[in-house]
Design a protein. Structure first.
Length: 538
């Protein structure tokens, strides 16, 4: 029979079955691989669970290196100032040191009298502090005999706990001085001058905090120009006035850092919205500011306005919960104020210290005269105003010239020609700044409310300083309270102005102008230090 005629049809093709033993081994291998993969997934999940250490590492990684560099430069700059400036040749440093010493030794707040400890009084005499301050022709001690006598006095271990008063510093809140008791205690085995230098170095660390938050503030306000962030941060880090005050025992160093943090929190809120954590941060830094120095009260109205605006904007996202954030921030911020008020009233002192005098003057009917004084404190006199500063241009001779350089016990300054050159440089910077504002005028209109908040903070601080000047004219003269160091809380705004000025040069020349500004501030800082060295050691 032929194949073609075959009736058999082929059946379905079957795959050969594997031996049972072989199939069992393959199944076991697949099962073991699956178990290993499951274990790996579980391990990855455990590693991905956020822990405090992991969260801190991630936060540190997100910090720009340029911000850390600005902070380091500011700290080193202030440390240099702490070395070249003779002990107690910074405004009110003897009083601030006495405040810290009495807190550490007696565990109580000092009185307003200038009753320093025996040790401090003897050191001041050995340094010829009163003969040197306010007399530029008198240098600090330099002879071998003077040095030997001072060392002998320091080695006597005189009483440190018999002081009772801290002079002008006694009216200030205690937080800065409480922090200064830490380096004071660390240096207790050494001499008073060892303790003083350690305390100055703590202020230098506060300068680092100031430059760090200034950098972050400029980053939030100018997010589209990364190179400008470094320009603003470095200029502030190298600012000689910040280095001078942060190289001394003075609460202005801490006030500058707290104010910079406040400006940054507000700028972050305007750019990214108000959250619960940001509200807590704003309340906390405000509370720290109130506990640092009374001048922070001048910034408070602007901070409150900023919180109200941010909470109204956050209502679109969080509803009524946003007003809970507002209440939480305000409660945290004002809690130290009420505590300070109660302590002062219980002890028979004015409720808000020297700030209370401002409100008392308004009740005596001198409000218009006080407004006139505050206006002339910063701006040219208007027709009809009594001349409170005869023969003085406050804008130029006090605020600008003293801002260029006034060191030591406010007795060390540059020659007049340096002030004139600085005025030209400031004019060029102002022109570039105005040009930048014209270019970004559309963005300014969108951020008008934010600018108003910063303006209110500025005006509030200026009014507080001017009112303090008005109340102290009889004791300190018309220019006693006119020193640019009181404007250190506004350093973030200065950094933003400088960054905008550099950007005003255009995309091509902007980075070069920014680098020139940094070099200019570096030169200003170096020559300021040389001026101090020549004054005290020349």
């Amino acid at each position: 029979m032929s194949r073609r005629g075959s009736s058999k049809t082929p059946g379905p093709t079957r795959r050969p079955t594997k031996p049972p033993a072989v199939g069992t081994r393959a199944f076991n291998r697949r099962r073991q691989a699956s178990k290993k993969q499951t274990v790996r997934k579980q391990a990855r999940r455990k590693r991905s669970v956020p822990t405090p250490t992991l969260h801190l590492r991630e936060t540190l990684r997100r910090i720009p290196r340029a911000a850390l560099l600005c902070a380091l430069i500011a700290c080193l700059n202030a440390a240099c100032w702490s070395i070249i400036t003779p002990p107690f040749q910074v405004p009110d440093e003897p009083a601030h040191f006495a405040y810290t010493q009495q807190l550490a030794q007696n565990e109580r707040l000092p009185t307003a009298g200038e009753s320093y400890s025996t040790e401090e009084e003897l050191v001041l005499q050995g340094l010829h502090q009163e003969a040197v301050q306010w007399h530029p022709e008198v240098h600090t001690i330099s002879s071998a005999s003077e040095q030997h006598k001072l060392q002998a006095d320091l080695a006597e271990h005189l009483p440190r706990d018999d002081g009772q008063g801290a002079g002008v510093a006694a009216s200030q809140p205690p937080l800065y001085y409480l922090l200064e008791t830490i380096p004071y205690g660390l240096g207790s085995a050494g001499t008073l001058l060892d303790q003083l230098e350690l305390m100055r170095l703590l202020s230098a660390l506060m300068a680092a905090v100031t430059a760090f938050f200034v950098f972050l503030f400029v980053r939030e306000t100018l997010p589209s120009t990364p190179w400008a962030w470094t320009v603003g941060g470095l200029c502030v880090a190298l600012a000689p006035l910040l280095g001078f005050m942060s190289g001394a025992v003075n609460p202005d160093a801490m006030l500058a850092s707290v104010s910079a943090a406040t400006f940054y929190c507000l700028a972050r809120g305007f750019r990214r919205g108000l959250t619960r954590n940001l509200a807590i941060a704003l309340g906390a830094v405000s509370a720290i500011g109130f506990l640092t120095k009374l001048n922070f009260i001048g910034l408070a109205p602007g901070v409150v306005l900023g919180l109200i605006v941010l909470s109204l904007r956050a209502r679109r996202t969080y509803g009524r919960t946003a007003f809970g954030y507002l209440a939480l921030a305000l409660a945290i911020a004002v809690s130290p104020v009420f505590l300070y008020l109660l302590v002062n009233l219980a002890s028979g002192h004015p409720g808000l210290g020297i700030v209370s005098g401002t409100f008392e003057s308004w009740h005596t009917g001198s409000v218009f005269r006080e407004i006139s004084h505050i206006w002339q404190f910063y701006l040219p006199r208007l027709p009809g105003m009594a001349n409170d500063f005869p023969g003085i241009s406050t804008t130029r001779q006090i605020w600008f010239d003293r801002g260029v350089g006034l060191y030591g016990w406010l007795d060390t300054s540059f020659p007049v020609w340096v002030d004139n050159v600085a005025l030209v440089a400031a004019g060029l910077i102002a022109l570039l700044y105005i040009r930048s504002l014209v270019v970004v005028r559309a963005v300014l209109r969108e951020r008008l409310v934010e600018l108003v908040v910063y303006l209110v903070m500025t005006i509030g601080l200026l009014v507080l300083i001017g009112a303090s000047s008005y109340l102290n004219v009889a004791n300190e003269g018309s220019g006693g309270w006119a020193h640019p160091r009181y404007l250190l809380p506004l350093l973030p705004l200065l950094a933003a102005v400088l960054a905008l000025a550099a950007r005003g040069a255009g995309r091509r020349w902007g980075p070069a102008v920014g680098a020139l500004l940094v070099v200019l501030f570096l030169a200003h800082d170096i020559f300021s230090q040389l001026q101090v060295i020549a004054r005290f050691y020349g």
